[in-house]
Design a protein around this ligand. Structure first.
Ligand code: DND
Length: 264
C-alpha cells in the first residue's frame, strides 16, 4: 500500500479538515502542509498531513476496531496495535457492539460492562479511544451503520476497518456488504485456527488487505469459559479487565453455548 497519496485541495478545505480532526484526535495529529509542481509544471499546493512517524498522507487515518468485546482480550489489542503501526494510523477507535447481529440467540454481557472493559483495556494507549456509537444506537448493530456514523463524525478522514480473518470470511453475510467498500478500507488480521487465504472470496480489488500479526490463540469464548470455571484469565486479558470481571462477577453463570456463530 502506498504510504503517501497526494490529493490537491484548496487551502481552506485542508485547514478545515485538519482543524476539525485535530480537535477530535488530540495533539498527536500532524500539522504539516507542502507545495509541489503539478505535471504541467505549474505550481500546485498539496495539503498533506504528516503522521507522528513522519509519513505524509492526504488525510488523517482512523482505524475502526469493531467487536462484541465480551470481554476484550490481548488478541484484540495486538490486532489493533499492529494495524495502527503498519498502516500508520493516527488513532484506533474501538467500537463495542450494541446488539451483535450474529449473537442474537446467545447471552451477551450488558453493553455497559463491555464498554467499560474496553475503556479500561485501551486507557494506557494514547492512540486508542472507544466510541459509544453502536451501543447508543437502538436496535441490532450493523457495521454499515457504524461506518456511516463514523463518516459523519470524521468526514475528512480515511477509515480503516479492522477485523479478524474469521470475520472477513463471512463478510458477505453482513448487512449491505456491497456498500461498505466505499466507506472504509478493510484490514483482515490473521488469527490462529482460521484460514488467511482471501483469494476464494470475491472481494472487490484493493478493498481488503490481509495483515499477518503475532499469533495469539485467545478468544473471548475461552476467556468466558475459563472465568465461569474459576480458571485463570490473567495475561489473556489486561489486568484491569481481570479485576473488572472479578469485581462484577461476570461470566460466573453463563458458559458459552454451541449456538455461537463464531468463536469470539
Ligand atoms: P465480533 O462479534 O466478531 O467481535 O464482531 C466483529 C465486528 O463484526 C463487529 O463490529 C460487528 O458489528 C461486525 N459484524 C459482525 C457480523 C455481522 C455484521 C457486522 C453486519 O453488519 O451484518 P469479537 O469481539 O468477537 O472480535 C472482534 C474482532 O477481533 C473480530 O474481527 C475478530 O475476528 C477479531 N479477533 C482476533 N483477531 C486476531 N487474533 C485473535 C482475535 N480474537 C478476535 N486472537
Amino acid at each position: 500500500m502506498s504510504a503517501t497519496q497526494n490529493t490537491a485541495q484548496t487551502p481552506q478545505m485542508a485547514h478545515a479538515a485538519h482543524n476539525s480532526v485535530r480537535g477530535r484526535l488530540g495533539p498527536h495529529i500532524p500539522s504539516s502542509v507542502g507545495g509541489a509542481l503539478a505535471e504541467d509544471g505549474r505550481r500546485q499546493t498539496l495539503w498533506l498531513t504528516e503522521s507522528e512517524r513522519g509519513h505524509h498522507h492526504a488525510r488523517p487515518r482512523i482505524g475502526i476496531m469493531g467487536g462484541t468485546f465480551d470481554p476484550i482480550h490481548m488478541g484484540h489489542l495486538v490486532a489493533a496495535s499492529e494495524v495502527e503501526w503498519k498502516f500508520d494510523l493516527d488513532e484506533v477507535i474501538f467500537v463495542p457492539t450494541g446488539r451483535p447481529v450474529f449473537k442474537l440467540h446467545q447471552h451477551v454481557t450488558d453493553a455497559e460492562d463491555r464498554y467499560l472493559m474496553t475503556v479500561i483495556a485501551t486507557s494506557s494507549n494514547p492512540r486508542f479511544t472507544v466510541s459509544r456509537v453502536d451501543i447508543d444506537r437502538p436496535g441490532v448493530t450493523y457495521t454499515i451503520d457504524t461506518l456511516r456514523d463514523m463518516h459523519r463524525l470524521y468526514p475528512n478522514c480515511d477509515l480503516f476497518f479492522i477485523t479478524g480473518a474469521d470475520a472477513i470470511a463471512e463478510i458477505f453475510e453482513w448487512k449491505d456488504a456491497d456498500q461498505m467498500w466505499d466507506l472504509a478500507h478493510f484490514v483482515a488480521v490473521t488469527r490462529p485456527g482460521y484460514p488467511s487465504d482471501l483469494s476464494k472470496l470475491k472481494l472487490p480489488r484493493g478493498a481488503v488487505d490481509m495483515l499477518e500479526i503475532p499469533a495469539l490463540a485467545i478468544s473471548s469464548t475461552d476467556v468466558r469459559r475459563r472465568a465461569s470455571h474459576g480458571e485463570p484469565v490473567r495475561y489473556l486479558v489486561p489486568e484491569g479487565v481481570v479485576e473488572y470481571i472479578n469485581k462484577h462477577g461476570l461470566y460466573r453463570s453463563h458458559v458459552s453455548t454451541d449456538t455461537e456463530h463464531v468463536s469470539s
